[in-house]
Design a protein around this ligand. Structure first.
Ligand code: URA
Length: 215
């Protein structure tokens, strides 16, 4: 995996050429951000929708507006955080990305994470969650920090778009954002095996972050 980039812009420009995701033939453009987060928080969504595809920026549609509100609620703006997706191109009709599409963008996302070295990774929804904490459900793990063999805590949340369809989830997300803030205020550190980890992830041996994120 190439990862000797001097900026995120350079990284994205490289992987936008060097990826074999079939969606690139039908999408308007790849969707990404180019500024590392001052807060160290990285959110990872599913895949771009129509507005993102047109603007080339993640979470600029209705789900993005709600994400902005949630961030405001804990004293952050979008400029303080970094937002990415498991897949960089819009799937047609906003269908779920396939395993093949997710795999095609896997190295790209790994390279981003290696470049940024986040303080915490927040997977939004099941697709991003499965990338970091396999064999579990967002309904079970949302709003809690999980240890990951890379040493970077994973703090899963529902996808903001889910709350647009199910208003009950608005409050759940607001509470989970509060919990994220509290976690970070306490230093954002997890003791090994200090929390219940239904995925078994925390029991894996520690490996080098580069090796893990290359997977
Ligand atoms: N939903 C996502 O998962 N990603 C986006 O960028 C926008 C909506």
């Amino acid at each position: 995996m190439k990862n000797d980039f001097s900026s995120l812009k350079e990284l994205h420009e490289y992987y936008a050429v060097n990826n074999n995701c079939k969606l690139k033939n039908i999408a308007t453009q790849p969707v990404y951000e180019i500024t590392p987060p001052s807060s160290g928080i990285v959110f990872i969504g599913e895949a771009p929708g129509k507005n993102e595809d047109l603007q080339g920026k993640p979470f600029v549609g209705a789900a993005g507006k709600f994400l902005d509100q949630l961030l405001k609620g804990i004293g952050f703006t979008r400029n303080d955080v970094y937002v990415s997706n498991t897949v960089k191109y819009r799937p047609p009709e906003n269908r779920d990305p396939t395993d093949l599409e997710k795999d095609s963008c896997r190295v790209w996302l790994n390279a981003e994470l290696l470049f940024i070295q986040p303080k915490v990774i927040v997977p939004l929804g099941k697709h991003a969650l499965a990338r970091f904490v396999p064999d579990t459900a967002i309904t079970v793990v949302h709003g809690n920090p999980y240890s990951h063999p890379s040493g970077i805590p994973i703090f899963p949340m529902y996808h903001p778009a889910a709350a647009l369809y199910n208003p009950n989830l608005r409050e759940v997300l607001q509470k989970d954002f509060e919990k994220l803030k509290e976690f970070l205020n306490k230093g954002g550190k997890l003791l090994e095996n200090s929390i219940e980890d239904s995925s078994g992830f925390s029991k894996q041996s520690k490996q080098d972050i580069d090796e893990l994120l290359k997977l």
